[in-house]
Design a protein around this ligand. Structure first.
Ligand code: GDP
Ligand code: MG
Length: 177
């Protein structure tokens, strides 16, 4: 095998978590297929999507898991988290309640997966400027307090979507390679 072939053997499981309707499925749709669903129901998601990524000039694959809407019932199973090395912990900047849930999601993540899972706090729907209920400073402060990466994204206008996934996978790659 050439070095490039070996790099392709990297397969990192990354999970999307956060309250219902914060935009998890659309972040994945935007990242993996450059699609957006204005009226998506919780059923649009696939179980997971494998995405090839270029990290430091190496090709790695991220296997990104999306919930099938079970987060509404607070019943995301341990199988969902099993083997995850990365997580996007998503809230909606226009709904404070979803930001207040982050602590609970973080507990669940740490209960079901390795403490060292690389995690980014994602404030999605940054395009909804007039409806904002959570400031950027609040998101940053929580991320710093919890030792998480942080980014605000919009699956609607695409801003920072690739960057958010890239941040997590690059860090995983740097730790594991
Ligand atoms: P999930 O339940 O977390 O998977 O959320 P969805 O991806 O199904 O999105 C829930 C709703 O929010 C849908 O109506 C989406 O069109 C909308 N949505 C998702 N991301 C964004 C975004 O970045 N901006 C705006 N304005 N709406 C979004
Ligand atoms: Mg969904």
């Amino acid at each position: 095998y050439s070095e490039e072939d070996r790099a392709e053997d990297y397969l990192f499981k990354v999970v999307l978590i956060g309250d219902s309707a914060v935009g998890k499925s659309n972040l994945l749709a935007r990242f993996a297929r450059d699609e957006f669903y204005p009226n998506s129901k919780s059923t649009i998601g696939v179980e997971f999507q494998t995405q090839k990524m270029d990290i430091n000039g190496k090709e790695v694959k991220a296997q990104i898991w999306d919930t099938a809407g079970q987060e509404r019932f607070r019943a995301v199973t341990s199988a969902y988290y099993r083997g995850a090395v990365g997580a996007l912990l998503v809230y909606d900047i226009s709904r404070r309640q979803t930001f207040d849930s982050i602590g609970r999601w973080l507990n669940e993540l740490h209960t079901h997966s390795d403490m060292n899972v690389v995690t980014i706090l994602v404030g999605n729907k940054s395009d909804l400027k007039d409806a904002r209920e959570v400031t950027t400073a609040e998101g940053k402060a929580l991320a710093e307090a919890q030792g998480l990466f942080f980014m605000e994204t919009s699956a609607l206008d695409s801003s920072n979507v690739t960057a958010a996934f890239q941040t997590v996978v690059t860090e995983i790659y740097n730790i594991l390679s």
